[in-house]
Design a protein around this ligand. Sequence first.
Ligand SMILES: Cc1ncc(COP(=O)(O)O)c(C=O)c1O
Length: 398
Amino acid sequence: MKINKDWKVETMISHFAEERENYEGAVVPPIFQNTLFTFKDWDAIDAAFDDRVNTSIYSRGRNPSVNMVEQKLAKLAGSEKVRLFASGMSAITAAVMHFLNTGDHVIAIKNIYGPANNLLSVYLKKKMGIETTFVSGNDIREYEEAIRTNTKLIYLESPSSAIFSIQDIEGICKLAQSKGIKTIIDNTWASPIFQNPLKMGIDLEIHSCSKYIGGHSDVVAGLVIGNKKDMDSISVNEFELLGGKIASIEAWLLMRSLRTLPIRMKAHQENAMKIAKYLESHPKIETVNYPGLKKFPQYKLAKKQMTGFSALMSFKLKTLDLSQIKTFFNSLKIFKIGVSWGGHESLVYAPAISYLKELSPQQFEGLGISLGDMRISVGLENAEDLINDLEHALNTIS
Ligand SMILES: Cc1ncc(COP(=O)(O)O)c(C=O)c1O
């Protein structure tokens, strides 16, 4: 389809990379559910192998259903190339492995997604002798002090999905570039709609598409975005060789999701802001941790780096009585109990459920977490209904 450069994001994301005339005008492209592609003769398949990154030969490498979505996502992120993976974790693994070799050193922030922390601090340490220094990440001097002669990578997650800490992306990238260190950011919380880290100097951006990009809680997927040189190398090596490809049907579902991503993010933001403000003013709530609130300690930096705020937040109930906390938790009706986030449905989770299995209440309070902490993912339901649900649950406790 002929694209007009002046089109805004909502229009572009709907039509870019779709050649409807090739599919009898079908408004939604078919799913390319095939393992291989055939060629008319020797010369044709020979030429395909000369440009294997850009040619459909075998679906572990390139598949048109996947490629259409990758093109849309690259356009959205203002980048040269995107690769879609089977999960956010396989995207993280690919990005990290692209930059690291045996014996390298990494600087990462403390509160990155748990399995990403595990990958760096346990798996890659054991397999490849890679050492990681974890920093709180709020002060650029921490990174300066952590740099070693073998530091090859700084790994960020801003805002982080556990405590919503914000890192000064531009400042960290300047430091990294001056020392020849590469940078990766997990940009899942903000989504490509609200934050563009590549423009701030980041080398590779990753997302779990299982959150906002998918948005319907029916696809587990991930992506890596970067410049052509890095992405061509990732395509041949970490993508095609290691084989963590996304299924065609899941890419096709992501195409469906992308058409509504800009308006979904707007609606998530509106709902989240109403709920954060309601919770902030409630007498039974101690604090609300949401980067979109003016009281959020890093609000200024958050505003500088992001054009909007998504809808994952946490709050602390005043009560520390476990039976009251459970009553509140169990009384929510619209907020469903579950671990993920970024979907159409509102969710609640209490970090204490995980921590109580491993740590004493005193130990986990040392981590800045309390029994009364609740993490909520605000979905796309009506904000008034969601507030009524919270109000009802809060009324069940003293
Ligand atoms: C911030 C963040 N990054 C990455 C991931 C991993 O994504 P996936 O579950 O798609 O592998 C998650 C999953 O919860 C996450 O919360």
